[in-house]
Design a protein around this ligand. Structure first.
Ligand SMILES: Nc1ncnc2c1ncn2[C@@H]1O[C@H](COP(=O)(O)OP(=O)(O)OP(=O)(O)O)[C@@H](O)[C@H]1O
Length: 557
């Protein structure tokens, strides 16, 4: 709620300025707020309660609030999506962003698991969502379109002052009646399911506010910033780092419909033409996952030298470039810095607490690390025997004002996920370097391999293999073995030129023998992969992550 309130404040101060850009149109904060009010009216209308099939909506009882009813939101990254979330919050509902990429079975799992009462969707998804709503006994409505900033003022439209004051009085009324409390659920996000069936992670209004404040403070988000946004909105990276926190800080968010290598380079070049001018709509911040930076570099390699120099020049002008969601390989970080001058700011986060550790905005950004705890976040490492360590290896545990409230309808799992003092067990194995920077060794149950008595980090081995000239991408995992417990298997995607050369010579791009001999002075003998697969690509989810549990099943079979 406070995020909406803050957006409202920025909106009142500067109602005509764009807050969001999408599909070559601009949307002001006032327009966003007006659309949120429309969503609120849809959700809380009596008509809606009468037509609605769910108790929670009927319990509305004329209070104008949904009392925590779950509202599924289905829209591509757009102002309509934002208005859907804000309108749900203004109505006392809990927003559940639904992934556009999910197959129906997974959508149904999320919709049923979260007991969705209502689905709000844009036109392009409405037919599918109507069918889904019937199956999960929910009501379905269209998200109202948000009007864009017109070239001329339309007298029919309510003035921005009228709209902001309507929302302002609604918020004052809600606040004074204490109908929505900070501890109330506001958002349910589903985990990607790389470690089990997707679970609903419940975030509260208070937790969301804390997180956006932490990020704005740590990374210096400001109203002059303009974010280029190309991430999905059902994960914390796209939702908090690149949308809620920027809007809270009064920044502009420009959505590009789909990640496109040429689109991104072009957008940076348009922002900063080489004649040293800068457009009003110049992008200043970019945040992405490692695979995006890999692809952007591939695109860069394919440019002619003029294009390369224009691209490098433009990228250098941005204020900040960040990376996370999975490990950023050192060669990628180094090459990106050579090309753009940006030392990527790597940070670590998770659905359950959003962001917790980060390399600094000002200060040394150390490769292979995810930095230190963000403001007001506490982190400790707990070893297998339950004791804390500052020098050894163990499970990362996090306490933060942005910690989730619970796993939806899973009280036992929630209880098991915390240790004394309210620290959340991340399931990630970590250690500290000599300066207290955290190093992520990987998911304990997917990236930590047990090979002949050694516990090995797949991420550490991947980082080394990525230095090989032939290797474009790789995933290392442990496969069951009678003698050793597990053996190290590397799946490697060779670089295009290496593949072409190998095809010409009718040879594989890389052999296990060649990899072993190359690895000898880089890895201890027990860390060298003993199985090798050459693939054309790695299967990745919407956040660019490889599901190693699935890969193990596939290769084990
Ligand atoms: N900078 C980073 N370096 C290495 N790993 C990271 C980094 N940032 C995030 N991660 C990984 O991503 C995980 C959090 O992602 P998310 O919450 O989407 O969970 P998931 O593992 O993908 O899915 P699930 O919770 O369903 O298993 C972290 O626990 C960590 O393993």
């Amino acid at each position: 709620m406070e995020v909406v309130q803050e957006v409202l404040k920025h909106g009142s101060a500067n109602s005509v300025r764009a807050a969001i850009r999408a599909d070559k149109k601009s949307y002001s904060l006032a327009q966003l707020i007006a659309a949120s009010l429309d969503v609120h009216n849809i959700l809380c209308s009596k008509n809606m309660a009468r037509n609605g099939v769910q108790d929670s909506l009927e319990e509305n009882n004329g209070t104008g609030l949904l009392h925590g009813a779950r509202v599924g939101i289905v829209a591509k990254p757009s102002p309509e999506f934002v208005a859907g979330v804000f309108g749900t919050w203004l109505s006392g509902g809990v927003a559940v962003p639904l992934a556009l990429s999910y197959p129906e079975a997974e959508l149904l799992h999320v919709a049923n698991d979260s007991d969705i009462s209502m689905v709000l969707s844009t036109k392009e998804h409405h037919e599918i969502m109507k069918n889904l709503s019937i199956k999960c006994s929910a009501y379905c409505s269209l998200l109202p379109s948000v009007t864009s900033i017109p070239s001329e003022i339309n007298p029919q439209e309510p003035s921005s002052n009228e709209v902001t004051s309507s929302v302002s009085s609604l918020i004052t009324e809600i606040n004074s009646s204490k109908k929505i409390k900070g501890d109330d659920p506001a958002l349910i996000l589903y985990t990607s399911g790389t470690t089990g069936k997707p679970k609903g992670v419940v975030h509260t209004h208070k937790g969301i506010l804390s997180q956006v404040q932490i990020l704005s403070e740590a990374w210096g988000y400001q109203s002059e910033d303009q974010f280029l946004h190309c991430l999905p909105l059902h994960h914390v990276h796209g939702l908090f780092n690149a949308l809620f926190a920027p809007l809270y800080s009064g920044s502009v968010v420009e959505f590009i419909p789909k990640f496109s290598v040429s689109g991104i380079w072009q957008r940076w070049q348009e922002s900063y033409p080489k004649d040293a001018s800068k457009t009003d709509e110049a992008i200043t911040v970019f945040t992405g996952v490692p695979t995006m930076y890999t692809r952007l570099l591939q695109g860069y390699n394919n440019m002619d030298s003029d294009q390369q120099s224009a691209s490098s020049y433009a990228a250098k002008q941005l204020r900040l470039m960040m990376c996370g969601s999975s490990a950023l390989p050192s060669p990628l970080m180094k090459r990106w810095e050579e090309v753009t001058g940006h030392r990527l700011l790597e940070r670590y986060g998770m659905t359950e607490f959003v962001m917790a550790l980060s390399n600094p905005l000002n200060g040394t950004r150390k490769e292979g690390t995810v930095g230190k705890p963000l403001p007001r976040v506490e982190a400790k490492i707990i070893m297998e025997d339950g004791t804390e360590t500052t020098t050894g290896v163990g499970e990362l545990c996090i306490r933060s004002p942005s910690l989730f409230k619970e796993y939806w309808k899973r009280p036992e799992v929630t209880a098991e996920s915390f240790i004394e003092g309210g620290f959340f067990k991340t399931g990630d194995t970590v250690t500290l370097d000599e300066e207290g920077y955290f190093i992520i060794l990987g998911r304990t149950n997917a990236d930590i391999m047990k090979v002949g008595g050694y516990k090995l980090s797949a991420l550490e081995i991947e980082a080394v293999l990525l230095e090989h000239d032939t290797v474009l991408e790789c995933a290392v995992l442990g496969l069951p073995d009678e003698a050793y417990g597990e053996v190290i298997c590397a799946i490697i995607v060779p670089k295009e030129d290496a593949k072409k050369m190998a095809e010409q010579d009718s040879k594989p791009a890389l052999t296990l023998e060649a990899l072993t001999s190359w690895s000898k002075d880089k890895l201890a003998p027990y860390k060298i992969p003993t199985r090798l697969y050459l693939w054309d690509s790695l299967p990745r989810n919407a956040m660019g992550k490889v599901n190693k549990k699935e890969l193990k099943k596939l290769l084990g079979a």
